[in-house]
Design a protein around this ligand. Structure first.
Ligand code: MF3
Ligand code: CO
Ligand code: CO
Length: 253
């Protein structure tokens, strides 16, 4: 197995700068999630805000992706394409996923936003998905942690709550590249036995479904939805393994 990149303090600082801008953009985009707004308006804001702060939106043009960010509503698992016809309504759960490049380094983060009053199931799913991400991050910071500990911790929480973990989309190393090695499974596995090393930078971004874990891609070639039409929720941080545990690099300043 190839050794996973170890980043130095300077590189980590640059990823932290990119991550902070991504996080600050995400908070403001989240505040726009009100009934009646369309997702293109939110995406335009993300593009403008990123540009104004000297960043580049990594998604636009990535393998032909057409917009600045991904906005995924309800049964959309990930890679929802912002557009003028998708209008937020009361009860929607919305993931906004922002990846920002600053000084050549990437920061990648996403969060869920509830529009108006959402169902108890939707709220439980959003909260559980957040806890899954947090427990995945915590597991990555334990003494002697291996990459498989992340998926195992996440799967435990999903199972306890009667939800499922998406297997078709994964976490990833990140730095100068958007998606670097390794690919990180969020589900229970015994495949990722490598130890997490100090200086490894990667994302934890579990997608949790209310129903079955399966997904399918719509004809636009991007939008991933649950195969059974059930709700899906996701949270994401970019993190670095440190000598004491984990530092989250996608926090606002
Ligand atoms: N931000 C997503 C991730 O967490 C990737 C989006 S790729 C895009 O890895 F092309 F769809 F934007
Ligand atoms: Co990511
Ligand atoms: Co992302």
């Amino acid at each position: 197995m190839a050794r996973i990149k170890v980043k130095n303090a300077k590189e980590i600082e640059l990823i932290r700068d990119a991550g902070a801008l991504a996080a600050e953009t995400l908070i403001r985009a989240g505040e726009m999630c009100k009934p009646g707004i369309n997702t293109l308006e939110i995406d335009e804001f993300i593009g403008d805000y990123t540009r104004k702060h000297k960043g580049i939106s990594a998604c636009k043009g990535y393998h032909g992706y057409p917009r600045y960010a991904c906005i995924s509503i309800n049964e959309v698992v990930c890679h929802g394409i912002p557009n003028a016809n998708t209008i937020l309504k009361d009860g929607d759960i919305v993931n906004i996923d922002i990846t920002t490049i600053l000084q050549g380094y990437h920061g990648d983060t996403s969060a869920m936003f509830c529009v108006g009053k959402v169902s108890k199931l939707a709220k439980d799913l959003v909260d559980t998905a957040k806890f899954c991400m947090e427990e995945g991050i915590r597991a990555a910071g334990e003494v002697g942690a291996r990459y498989w500990d992340i998926g195992n911790a996440i799967q435990d929480i999903a199972d306890e709550n009667g939800f499922s973990v998406v297997e078709d989309y994964c976490g990833h190393g990140i730095g100068r590249g958007f998606h670097e090695e390794p690919t990180i499974f969020h589900f229970r596995n015994n495949a990722l036995k490598q130890f997490i090393e100090v200086g490894n930078v990667f994302t934890v971004e579990p997608m949790i479904n209310a129903g079955r874990p399966g997904t399918k891609t719509l004809r636009d070639g991007w939008t991933a939805v649950t195969s059974d039409g059930s709700l899906s929720a996701q949270w994401e941080h970019t993190i670095v393994r440190t000598k004491d545990g984990i530092e989250i690099l996608t926090l606002p300043r």
